[in-house]
Write a new protein. Structure first.
Length: 312
């Protein structure tokens, strides 16, 4: 009976390195892959370098802007992907036998939505599941989830990407608002067309001139070009500018609700609904994978329950 050779032992010692290569292929960057594996970027680079030395061929093409696998690297990843996915599935199933969700959940959300609506709902979740740790990135930039190592994204959108799993959390809508001081000074518009003569606080969109669209109850739609002395790509900032009397603003309900309830802002053109400025639903979105960690499932369930009533 033949025994194991030194070569066999060396190959077995590189299994974690092959897994790291597969993660690098999924994330598209050393930073994202290292974050997903819970190691430093330097350790990630070392694993790939050791794997290349053992293979005797380059496995990764490095440029200043991107990381791509060579043909040999892609072949190795494809040949081992199913085995590692099965290991991941089996290990997650075993961990779930413990019953208690645990581990790190990395989540990204828009700044205003995250600050005002998601963060206040995390305290109860973390008290309920003390073995879970949440790492949140607040950004209005739409980051590629898999490449940057996120488990979950919170988005307000009309159509989540087909390549991802999406859980609807609640309905949302937009309001046209202004301060009472502004309306006393400039008058209150009665039709969307009148907005062309007003100061409008726009949310700039790349490559598009500022314009707002509205829909009446009978389905009539009107799009109006708008202009004003201030614009910002954050609904909290636009709300504060509206509170200062700088103009009218279209805000998502989660940003406008407290100021509307307190009477600090007024809803304008209540018979016309702003459309297209922001999404109409809040979703939790995750890149497709055969296994959804139990901690992620628990967080999604918690957010669905706590947000089911939407925003007043």
């Amino acid at each position: 009976m033949g025994g194991r050779t030194m070569g066999d032992a060396r190959i077995e010692g590189l299994w974690a390195h092959v897994h790291a290569l597969g993660e690098l292929a999924r994330q598209g960057s050393y930073t994202g892959a290292a974050r997903r594996l819970g190691i430093s970027k330097a350790a990630m680079s070392q694993r790939i370098a050791e794997l290349e030395r053992a293979a005797g061929v380059p496995l990764v093409q490095r440029t200043t802007r991107s990381v791509r696998l060579t043909e040999a690297g892609q072949q190795l990843v494809e040949a081992t992907r199913e085995a590692y996915e099965q290991i991941e599935y089996s290990f997650a199933s075993v961990r779930d036998l413990a019953g208690e969700p645990r581990g790190i959940v990395r989540i990204t959300a828009p700044v205003a939505l995250g600050r005002q609506q998601i963060v206040p709902r995390l305290a109860d979740f973390l008290r309920r599941y003390p073995q879970v740790r949440v790492e949140m990135d607040l950004s209005d930039r739409l980051v590629p989830l898999a490449q940057e190592g996120f488990d979950l994204a919170i988005r307000h959108t009309a159509s989540p990407p087909d390549t991802h799993v999406a859980w609807a959390l609640c309905e949302t809508r937009s309001w046209l608002v202004a301060s009472r001081a502004y309306l006393r000074r400039r008058g209150e518009p009665t039709h969307p067309r009148e907005l062309e003569a007003h100061d409008c606080l726009a949310y700039p969109r790349p490559g598009a001139a500022p314009a707002w669209s509205f829909e009446a109850r009978d389905g009539t739609r009107v799009t109006v070009p708008v202009r004003g002395s201030f614009a910002a790509n954050n609904s909290e900032v636009l709300r504060e500018a509206a509170l200062q009397g700088l103009g009218l603003a279209v805000l998502p309900d989660f940003s406008a609700q407290q100021a509307l309830q307190a009477g600090r802002l007024r809803a304008v053109l209540p018979r016309w609904r702003p459309v297209g400025a922001f999404g109409e639903r809040i979703y939790a979105i995750r890149p497709y994978s055969p296994v959804v960690p139990r901690a992620v499932q628990a967080l999604v369930a918690h957010l669905r329950e706590s947000l089911q009533g939407g925003f007043v």
